[in-house]
Design a protein. Sequence first.
Length: 493
Amino acid sequence: MAALAAPTAPPPAETLAALRRVLPAHALLSQPEDTTPYECDGLTAYRQRPMAVALPETYAQVQAVLKTCHALGVPVVARGAGTGLSGGAMPHAQGVTLSMAKFNKILHMDPVGRTAVVQCGVRNLAISEAAAPHGLYYAPDPSSQIACTIGGNVAENSGGVHCLKYGLTVHNVLQITGFTAEGEPVTFGSAALDTPGLDLLALAIGSEGMLAVATEVTVKLVPKPLLARCIMASFDDMRKAGDAVAAVIAAGIIPAGLEMMDKPMTAAVEDFVRAGYDLTAEAILLCESDGTPEEVEEEIGRMSAVLRGCGATAITVSQNEAERLRFWSGRKNAFPASGRISPDYMCMDSTIPRKRLADILLAIAAMEKKYGLRCANVFHAGDGNLHPLILFDANDPDQLHRCELFGADILETSVAMGGTVTGEHGVGVEKLNSMCVQFSAEENAQMLGIKHAFDTKGLLNPGKVIPTLNRCAEYGKMLVRGGKIAHPDLPRF
């Protein structure tokens, strides 16, 4: 399958005139002062002001925007809350940013069937808040859940601190409805637990807005546990902490959450939220158990024994709900805490086998010296999903360049250890080069073929996720074995 041709858009005036015929005046932004707030998502290092921003208020308007842009050959980048961390919602210079922010209603709550139908712009946490009176909640809980939208969660297949036990977005969504690039209605999945034919629902989730624009999502709800308690375990050695994660899983225990933070990160979050973290520890683990009181007591005891056996220097178990939430407040605020100690940060999102946790952390420590930048680490240790936060100043071109190289080194080292370049943040623009390391030319061609089947003109979120074969060929010339870059001064983007 050949690479999709880059979209060639008509003059902006022609596009704007066509969009004004299908949108109210207040729902179309084109002046620089109005479109600048949309120039990036949470990955602030890369910015691009869109030609226009559409803010539809009805499904018919969404459909009309897509049909208009498809007829004219204008790129469209769908956008939720803009909390993504890989540049997935970065605009196209000649394209339209399609903001779905106004679709923020919970349409139907079914406490008996344990489902909810919500519009794509509903905040993640708002679903659980609406389900709480029924004793239910929506399990995936990204750290940005107070702001991120379910549409964005679907685009990135988001997880969260409790994804080890309860799964990612793909495990908690039954159906997605929306529109294709041509503006045709489309449905993935069904309200039933299974759907006939190919599993296109799983294909759509995590496709980063490249296959369709979601408007409504049917999510699963789960009962709130009777009790939850959290262990905070301290370790004086990073390898002991990494080995403890593998030992907990090997013991047949699947905690509700199993998170890890290194010393620089615990210092940053403790100064921010006063979570009660052990600042002398080289690493801390947060291990949560939930269920009936009897189940929780038994599991907490088993986990504590495993952690002590792996060399934990201190173990604290939450004694009430307030203390449990305090333990988690630090983990949930790791990103804003990092923003307080550095002008900018770039958050990586690779995954590795659990048994290699200590190896990757030691490798990252060596990279800090290699690239002359600090890195604080926090990650979903239970499923090996890393979130190293590289601290830098984007106003310094040299620091940005070194940060890019540092990030690529982390991703490619993760692949060498048997992992992947992304776990839940997506590829966006950030990891395009690293996709050339993860996948062969044939595999990337197959992904382009899927994209082509849904979006023949290549108008939805173009230039993201799937690298062109020429790009991979050029990037391959820069690489030598072992994740080292032979010519670090060559441009990466």
